[in-house]
Design a protein around this ligand. Structure first.
Ligand code: HC0
Ligand code: SF4
Length: 573
């Protein structure tokens, strides 16, 4: 143990403990900007400086360890002056137009400047400009980058893609796309993890909210929206609502108040996906199509971008099922449009997703049907949804729980858990059990595939369904996925069915969710979805009455010709 004094309090900590950690143990929170535990501990911002008695210069606390006899001050005049100066230097290379920044009110630099009582900038502002493709779903604004390196480290250490890098040298050292390339020319998965870990507004999603307002204002257009499972677990965080208050029914109410004509829950097509993908899996399992094993889930577009660029030879092993988002778009523009007597070209389909890659998925030519253009016309992130609510001056405490519209109103708990890692697998196993044995299992029979700590990596399970043994694996985070695939490729592990989600913890931890600097909330949000499933009236996708009717009235049966035309795709294209 090491004994030291911090702000006049004596403390003993294990050897190797950083000064920042030691201070935390006695409830002293040292300001920081670039620090991300275990991922970015490089003291790039120099905000976490402290004074050590006997040392002339202040030192950073995130990467210096506590030593025997140290006497430390975390808020002395010397520290305050140094910290202020360091933040002023950061501000001088940052375009401080907070009023026109998406992160205003949610920006760590803004908060620091305010907390440190910085009311003037003695340095000349000097920020870079960049020529960025504004149509790309991920937008970088070089003028706002403070070179904290978090994006570089997240993309490298957590997602294993190294899209960002330190470019140029000397005083021109900055962050940019690897090898000074254009973002379109590298293999960004669009997971958005660099956005949710950016402390300022240098990274964001493409704003598509105006397109939705235009569609709503166009009297010739019928606007039909869907809301993804994981959005319900997080939207309230941005508006100060508790988990209990922030129901999905209130999102539906808000969408209607904004002028959306019909509202649906993507959990409905999550159930439909289980019918298609579950049957496809059973076909591969029982027909012994060994060359196509393991079958990989295909609903996460970050994962699809990853497999296509990193392991193209494995693409045939993806399920051919479209994602629930795309299935819903296709069903809206066919079955639903026919039912309400609207031409598909007069319909605008909007999705609200916790994800940035869903914008890329919706834009793909692969998903432009013959009926009326793209399955999904506009994708909003959870953050964009809450911005729209604010700009529509909706008072959240006036929102009521509103059901989805008829025909595709129902959804099951199995559909809701799609939003957490392991959820797709669990939902599929529940229905596979029914399909193989004719009986429902206990709905919690396969909870082994739920991760006890979301984002901790891989979960493996061997489950018995009737006479069949299914070797399942669930993984989230692309770095974890890369490790798992390498093991599969080396023949070290063998699975029949693998669920992959690009974001740690699954969609609940998605790159389009509300941002809480440095705090990982995927676990809590996932628990929320499992709570909703536990209390749902229906917990098996195959029991969704609206899905059953959809097959009866329209698709006939899973994997029918019509299903193949509308609900499946060829990922090889
Ligand atoms: Fe997801 Fe989905 S579960 S990818 O995380 O499968 O974004 O929430 O909407 O499509 O349903 C995201 C969330 C979805 C889709 C569903 C799947
Ligand atoms: Fe890397 Fe994901 Fe950011 Fe793309 S979106 S640069 S893959 S972290």
């Amino acid at each position: 143990m090491v004994n030291l004094t911090i702000d006049n309090q004596k403390i003993s900590v294990p050897e190797g403990t950083t000064i920042m950690e030691a201070a935390k143990q006695i409830e002293i929170s040292i300001p920081r900007l670039c620090f991300l535990k275990g991922i970015n501990e490089i003291a790039a911002c120099r905000v976490c400086v402290v004074e050590v008695e006997g040392m002339e210069k202040v030192i950073t606390s995130c990467n210096n360890v506590a030593k025997e006899g140290m006497v430390i001050y975390t808020n002395s005049p010397k520290v305050r002056r140094a910290r202020q100066r360091n933040v002023q230097l950061l501000l001088s290379q940052h375009d401080c137009k907070c009023a026109v920044c998406v992160r205003s009110g949610n920006c760590s630099l803004q908060k620091l400047a305010n907390d440190l009582n910085i009311i003037d900038l003695p340095f000349k502002e000097r920020y870079e400009k960049d020529d960025w493709d504004q149509k790309f779903p991920l937008i970088r604004d070089a003028r706002k980058c403070v070179k904290c390196m978090r994006c570089v480290q997240i993309c490298d250490k957590v997602q294993s893609l190294n899209i960002w890098d330190v470019v140029s040298t000397g005083s021109r050292t900055t962050v940019g796309v690897q090898e000074n390339k254009k973002i379109n020319d590298v293999n960004c998965a669009l997971c958005g993890q660099c956005i949710t870990h950016c402390p300022v507004g240098a990274l964001r999603e493409r704003d598509d909210t105006e397109k939705v307002w235009d569609a709503i204002a166009d009297s010739k257009k019928v606007v039909v929206a869907q809301v993804a499972p994981a959005v319900r677990a997080a939207w309230g965080e941005a508006l100060g609502l508790s988990r209990e208050e922030a129901t999905v029914g209130k999102i539906m109410d808000a969408l209607k108040k904004m002028g959306v004509d019909y509202v649906f829950d993507t959990s409905f097509t999550a159930d439909l996906t289980i019918m298609e993908e579950g049957n496809e899996f059973l076909q591969r399992l029982t027909k012994g199509e060994l060359n196509l094993r393991p079958m990989f889930t295909s609903c996460c577009p970050g994962w699809i971008r990853f497999i296509k660029s990193q392991y193209p030879h494995l693409v045939p092993q993806l399920s051919t099922a479209k994602s629930p988002q795309q299935m819903f778009g296709a069903v809206m523009k066919t079955y639903f449009a026919e039912s309400i007597g609207v031409k598909p070209e007069d319909m605008v389909t909007v999705s609200v997703m916790p994800c940035v890659a869903k914008k890329g998925e919706a834009n793909m030519e692969l998903y432009a049907g013959e009926y009326a253009g793209h399955d999904v016309d506009i994708v909003l992130t959870t953050r964009e949804l809450t911005r729209m609510m604010r700009s529509a001056h909706i008072e959240v405490d006036t929102l009521k729980d509103r059901e989805c519209d008829p025909l595709m109103k129902e959804y099951t708990g199995a559909g809701v858990i799609f939003g957490a890692t392991g959820g797709v697998m669990e939902a599929a196993l529940r229905s596979a059990h029914y399909l193989l044995t004719g009986k429902n299992p206990d709905p919690d029979a396969f909870k082994i595939v739920r991760s006890p700590a979301f984002g901790s990596g891989v979960i493996e399970a061997e489950v018995q369904i009737g006479h069949a043994k299914v070797r399942a694996a669930v993984v989230s985070g692309l770095g974890n996925t890369r490790k798992l695939i390498e093991q599969i490729e080396k023949g070290q592990v063998h699975y029949d069915f693998v669920e992959v989600m690009a974001c740690p913890g699954g969609c609940v931890g998605g790159g389009g969710q509300p941002i809480h600097d440095g705090e990982e909330l995927a676990h809590d949000r996932g628990e929320n979805l499992y709570f909703l499933d536990k209390h749902a009236d229906l917990r098996f996708s195959h029991e969704n009455p609206d899905v059953i009717r959809l097959y009866h009235d329209y698709f006939e049966k899973p994997l029918s010709h019509k299903s193949h035309m509308l609900l499946h795709t060829d990922h090889n294209k």
